[in-house]
Design a protein around this ligand. Sequence first.
Ligand code: TYM
Length: 331
Amino acid sequence: MADRVFSGIQPTSGIHLGNYLGAIRNWVTMQESYDCIYCIVDLHALTVVHDAREMLSNTREVAAALLASGIDPKRSVLFVQSNVAAHTQLAWIFNCITPMGWLNKMTQFKEKAGKDREGAVTGLFDYPVLMAADILAYRATHVPVGDDQKQHLELARNIAGMFNRKFAVDYFTLPEPMILGEATRVMSLRDGTKKMSKSDPSEQSRLNLVDDADTIAQKIRRAKSDSLPGVTYDPASRPEASNLLTIYAALSNRPRAEVEVELESSPFSDFKSRLADLAVAKLSPIAAEMRRISADPGYIDQILREGAERADAIAAPILREVEGLVGFLRP
Ligand code: TYM
């Protein structure tokens, strides 16, 4: 079967540098050599976003961010998850073959549910099953993601294998995670031991793709640092320095080891101004393009409408085959 890339991103507000370096930038490059399908996963976001207006505006904002970053809607399929019925239909079939024990092991559920597991919504628990359905509805072979999605991808592979075994078929190939680049896990600017995340209450903890030049520079100036000499990579004892160094390497498209040699005797303040200049140079054109695209929601909607039609044309026949394999009557 031909190689096919699938990946997704949630429409929760505040697309940040972690999303960009860990995922989106790789999605853009992969368009050169693969058929790519990129999905704005509103069904997943519904586990946390319960405000209709917010959902709508986040969805368009994420679409604008992807387009501004270089996703080309002519080459790749860009669409919204809830627009293609196969995702939820396949998720139900997978629900019926996935042991609860597998989901109980998911660390993201444990983190997100926190202490109140009884109060957590069912969708949050079932989240990784829908994710497997997203990927396998297209029989995708490669899935570019950040490091935090590794466990979910492993589960998707297990579900694909379970389906093949249960129904004694060789229908799904196990999708390969692609965790690429220097910055597969970008950490918070305020605490180098915590992942940069949309859900961090501190705006200072992340660089958002919509931030203007002054905000980017100010957040980097205020980023937590340490008082050791030079800037070196040592995540255990210098988490913040290591994170900023990794970001610098990723943004400058250079191997971390090379950048390390250059910075080992650089004063932290000099390094921060270099990093701020680099981040502004790389990110502020994306923010400007996002603003331009966002001014025309009709254009965004048109792209997403066409994307949904193309996605459905791929997923619907696959779903029909799966329904045949499990024995659903189609009179
Ligand atoms: P989401 O929306 O949280 O994040 C989108 C992508 O960004 C990556 N990412 C990061 N990478 C590096 N450092 C960080 N601090 C960082 N934070 C986020 C994520 O790894 C992800 O690749 N469950 C997924 C969405 C999803 C999906 C899918 C992905 C739904 N269905 C099918 C792949 C295939 C999620 O919540 O991503």
